[in-house]
Design a protein. Sequence first.
Length: 253
Amino acid sequence: MGSDASVLRSDGTMDVKNKSRLAEDVKKITFAASKLKISTKRRDKPQKSQRTESIAEPKQPVDTREEVRPHIATNPVVDRSSVESPAEAVVRAAPARAEKKWTLTDLLHCLGTYVQEQCSDLDSPPTPNDIAMWVRCADRALQLNGWTINSFLMESHIVFTYLLLTQAFERFTLKTLVDVKEVVLMCLYVSYTYNANEISYPLRPFLVKQDKSTFWDKCTTLSLGASTQMLKLNRESTYYADVLATLKTAVSV
């Protein structure tokens, strides 16, 4: 304080020399203070950046667990039941056998063979060709007389006629070849009236004996007795398939 006081004059003012020295000291002090402040900022910057990095990127925890690998059996157990044998492989690789296509002639031959077997007790049973000829002649006569345009003979109608024949052989006694022909044409006539387009058909192509009354009685008896089977044949495809399969077994064509 003594040195500071000596700077002042007796009137309380400062001379020019002392004033300039004081200003120079203030500059030095200000420069030193600013330099110290800059060096302090430089030291603080890396710490802030390190702190920011530590906050932005936290360290990931290290997984110390061991990787679990599935156990693979060295000798796997094989199900022998699922292994295909060489014989089975050959059978499977073989082409499927084509199913026989049955023609109208084949089915008529089966129908005739069935009738022949049912009439084996007769002295002169009809042949399958005889049965096929009787059926074809009646159908042809209706076409020539204008009762039908197309032939009635097809698989479904032959199966229907076969069904009626199985019922007729159970109800009627056949002693001669004429009796057999009468029953065959009677079953064909009932099949026509039941399945064909017209309500009724002339009797002449189907009448063997000239007794119309007896023919009508037999037709009525057959229709009433086989009505359940006839309806079932037209309604159930499974039953139709069974009857058709039975007809085909009558003979190996």
